[in-house]
Design a protein. Structure first.
Length: 161
């Protein structure tokens, strides 16, 4: 009988902790999260902002689109780029090709302060007049001031046989 009473007390305490009354943080609480508005149109604009930085030819403009921390798994290199200098090194070489990206197909997912843009894009490399088809995923995060890339993966589309 004593075991039953202890079990009943523990169960009551657990249920009290799972009350249906939501716990709310005070407006000054650091734990309160505000979700920055985002939709598919804004995700498209973020890609265009990155693509405009590419077209500018400025390594610094491109690297500024990436947050801290962030990772770049680039199209034309097997080396992951985590630091600003590693990203700058990659883009210095990539931008010498005068790339312009265009999205062929995209899938967008939006959540609180995070957006994912995945799909297929084609780079036109003006210097060599070459087209490079690739798969991509950009993950954007709101840092309290701006939407920046937290993860960018791009890989050449394999040739199907």
């Amino acid at each position: 009988m004593a075991v039953f009473r202890v079990t009943l007390v523990v169960a009551s305490l657990l249920l009290a902790g799972c009350s249906s009354t939501p716990h709310t943080a005070s407006p000054t609480s650091d734990t309160m999260q505000r979700c920055e508005p985002m939709d598919e149109r804004k995700v498209v604009e973020l890609f265009e902002r990155w693509n405009s930085a590419l077209k500018s030819g400025s390594v610094e403009q491109v690297v500024q689109r990436y947050g801290e921390p962030s990772i770049l798994l680039p199209t034309l290199s097997a080396e992951p780029r985590a630091t600003r200098s590693e990203k700058a090194d990659y883009f210095e070489h990539f931008l010498s090709n005068q790339p312009e990206g265009s999205v062929d197909r995209r899938w967008v997912e939006v959540d609180c302060n995070t957006a994912v843009d995945s799909g297929l894009y084609t780079f036109f490399l003006k210097k060599s007049r070459e087209h490079v088809k690739a798969r991509y995923t950009f993950t954007y995060k709101w840092n309290g001031q701006d939407w920046l890339i937290s993860s960018h993966h791009s890989s050449i589309v394999p040739i199907e046989k």
